[in-house]
Design a protein around this ligand. Sequence first.
Ligand SMILES: [Mg+2]
Length: 230
Amino acid sequence: MIEVVAFDGDDTLWHHERIFTDISARFRELLKHHVDGNILDEVLLATERSNLKFFGYGVKGFGLSLIETALDVCDGEITGAEVATMLDWIKEMLGDPVELLPGVEETVEALRTTHRLGIVTKGDLFDQEGKIARSGLGERFDHVAIVSEKDETTYLRVFADWGVSPERVLMVGNSVRSDIEPVLAIGGQAVHVPYDITWQHEVVDAPQSDFPVFDDVRRVLGHVERLGRS
Ligand SMILES: [Mg+2]
């Protein structure tokens, strides 16, 4: 019996990764005279990963990693204009319109008549709060948790705050690493709704557990109904 259906935000409720893909392409173009695009991608990913412990997840940390990567691959020889371009990209990303994924609105509307709904999203607090507000979904959710990491400890704390035991939560998300495995590990239920682009850092080669994979978030409705009956 499911009491709370919890959703990831980025690339589950709304588009997110596509702007990173777009900016990464512009970054390759900006520095193509200095470095091969594939090498640049590799250095950027390594820089982002090593910076997570300083900046956490989110657009601002990504922006600092862009600048650091550019300095790195160009031996410090980037211009003020190039830095200004990168800063403009970050502001553009932070103001990117929030576009809901297909089926999200009707799924949320239907579920909220029968279940408590929550959002668990990670990233910059200011950015995530803004996105939830701009999504128009905020008022339809009973709970919102903006967290800096999505691991077992975090989910235990969040669900305790929401007054629900993990066994009565169904988590819906696009990242096996962040949305699915930690929730299953604490006894919750989870369904994977993949997005068509996954950030390399979130890719899991061999998932440890079995879980339903839906190509459309609307299929969560039938799943919740089946869980309710079992
Ligand atoms: Mg996500």
